[in-house]
Write a new protein. Structure first.
Length: 258
């Protein structure tokens, strides 16, 4: 690690130690070292397959039956199949487990993940908000109740909600779909209570989470940006380290627990 980066890391650790309410916000970059590609960026899926139309929720609502038929007959955009395959075979990496350990140690109070891959949960993170949903679940669009998906490949559309008879979709949030209210409220609450926010592997471009960073900064909270590439947080972060998620977390664990 360069000298500049080392000094920066030292300051980040001081900041985390000085606050009793640190949270982590994760983006797709966190799972890159588990073999799951991002959407955006040089090695992202959209570079390979093209940027999709951002209207999937509208299409789903217009005709859920047709949407499920397309799903069953494998007529979705191509990038989706690569993402799903990579998610199906992925395992949490050491960085995921380190976050879980930092939570147990009380250094981290909660985690908001934008990832849908279930790796944060598998690593044992407890106070976890999966703001964009979880690939292994269904969700009712009316009452927001979630149900486990028992099969990976869908052979028939899910039944309506057992709770309220509402339409059921994958839990993952589609383009144009609002974040379920209960989840967004919880995420806002976690942001509100925090003093230091560690953003790891997120470009901070996807709303509404990206907006919460700007509100947090106005409220005087400290934002630390961990990403090998420049992000939108550049203007508002107090510290940033150009480093991969896993390597950063390994160094952080070593320094913070010695
Ligand atoms: P994003 O906006 O979170 O951007 C990804 C970021 O990861 C980029 O800033 C990139 O520089 C950074 N990155 C790349 N490699 C990294 C590494 N090794 N360590 C740390 N950071 C690294 O995400 P996106 O790809 O534009 O996706 C948008 C949304 O799509 C996500 O919020 C999520 O809901 C969904 N998505 C989820 C997954 C997943 O569950 N693993 C994967 C792709 C997309
Ligand atoms: Zn319901």
């Amino acid at each position: 690690m360069e000298k500049f980066q080392k000094n920066n890391l030292k300051k980040i650790i001081e900041l985390l130690n000085s606050s009793d309410n640190n949270i982590i916000v994760l983006g797709a970059g966190m799972s890159v070292e588990s073999g799951i590609p991002t959407f955006r960026g040089e090695n992202g899926l959209w570079k390979k397959y093209g940027t999709p139309k951002m209207d999937s929720y509208k299409k789903f609502l217009n005709n859920p039956e047709e949407w499920w038929n397309n799903e069953i007959n494998m007529k979705m955009d191509k990038y989706i199949y690569e993402l799903r395959h990579k998610i199906n075979v992925a395992k949490p990496h050491d960085g995921h487990f380190i976050i879980s350990k930092l939570e147990k140690l009380g250094i981290i109070k909660g985690v908001i993940t934008q990832n849908i891959d279930n790796l944060d949960h598998k690593a044992g993170i407890k106070n976890l908000i999966e703001i964009h949903g979880n690939r292994t679940k269904f969700r009712c669009i009316e009452c927001e109740k979630t149900f486990d998906r028992n099969e990976i490949i869908i052979k028939k559309p899910p039944k309506n909600c057992l709770n309220c008879n509402g339409i059921v979709k994958f839990d993952t949030v589609m383009f144009g779909e609002p974040i379920p209210k209960t989840k967004l409220d919880k995420a806002k609450q976690l942001f509100n209570q925090s003093k230091v926010i560690l953003a790891i592997g997120t470009s901070a471009t996807v709303r509404p989470i990206s907006g919460l960073f700007w509100i947090a900064e106005k409220e005087g909270k400290k934002i630390i940006d961990i990403n090998p590439n420049e992000t939108n947080l550049k203007e508002i972060s107090t510290h940033n380290l150009k480093i991969n998620a896993k390597r950063f977390l390994e160094i952080l664990e070593k320094e913070i627990t010695k």
